[in-house]
Design a binder for this molecule. Structure first.
Ligand code: PGA
Length: 249
């Protein structure tokens, strides 16, 4: 695991973008795994700028988003489809046919999970997966208690997650109680992973996930076992970590 501590959110976003840009320059047909949330917004702005400046192209890139709410129409302003469209896809030259999400509207959500995993496999797996981390240590919507062998599947959202994400909905009660998420095993199969975290409130969980016991109660802790993990932390999110091992980073 490589840990980079950035001086602020802008620096974290720029460092992450540089890694993605490097990947895309090396392999134009990269398959990316992408998160939603507030953490990757700066990264997405940098990628849009790089694409606009013709430093990179997404014409041959495929993207697989980590998760989607169950039951929300793709066109719903609060869906992750809409989020990605508004924050990234509208500003880059990606082809619509190369954008993939788990199908939160499928009649059979169980099958939809398995279908998503086979689709990732059919595209030769994820070259690079970007992750954020939840306050409770979730990655994707793999909430505490998720099995390390889990595949893409339907999950129930914890109250803490529902509170954290309620801001994306007109009314808190509009927020779905379930989502479909890449599983932890699906995530661990990505050839490279970049984990991003920003803000002081993530600091305790970042420390626990990266230096604590590998446990289902902090799902992100499984990332300690990944062979090619780069963690990029905004300074504030690294506060507790630096208190433990100040010389290593
Ligand atoms: P955030 O969410 O980027 O909005 O903090 C991260 C997550 O819940 O995985």
């Amino acid at each position: 695991m490589k840990i980079i501590i950035a001086k602020n959110y802008q620096a974290m976003s720029k460092l992450a973008a540089d890694l993605v840009i490097r990947e895309l320059k090396e392999k134009r047909q990269t398959t990316l795994g992408l998160p939603t949330g507030s953490t990757p917004l700066g990264l997405y702005k940098n990628l849009a700028k790089a694409c606009l400046g013709e430093k990179i192209s997404f014409k041959e890139v495929k993207t697989f988003n980590l998760d989607e709410y169950a039951g929300l129409a793709k066109t719903d302003g609060s869906s992750y489809h809409s989020f990605m469209q508004n924050k990234l896809f509208n500003f880059i030259d990606i082809k619509a046919k190369n954008i993939f999400f788990p199908d939160g509207q499928a009649k059979n959500l169980r099958q939809a999970g398995a279908k998503y995993d086979s689709l990732i496999k059919k595209h030769h797996g994820l070259d690079l997966l970007i992750l954020g981390i939840g306050l409770n240590g979730h990655i994707g919507f793999n909430e505490p208690g998720s099995d390390f062998n889990s595949k893409t599947r339907i999950v129930s959202l914890k109250e803490q997650t529902r509170r954290a994400n309620a801001k994306y909905f007109a009314k808190a009660e509009d927020m779905p109680r379930q989502a479909i998420t890449m599983g932890l095993a699906t995530i661990m199969k990505a050839r490279k992973i970049i984990l991003l975290a920003a803000g002081a409130k993530k600091s305790a969980m970042v420390k626990q996930a990266l230096t604590g016991k590998i446990t289902k109660s902090a799902p992100a802790s499984i990332l300690q076992n990944h062979k090619n993990l780069t963690v990029i932390l905004e300074n504030k999110a690294a506060k507790d970590l630096m208190a433990v091992k100040p010389h290593n980073y």
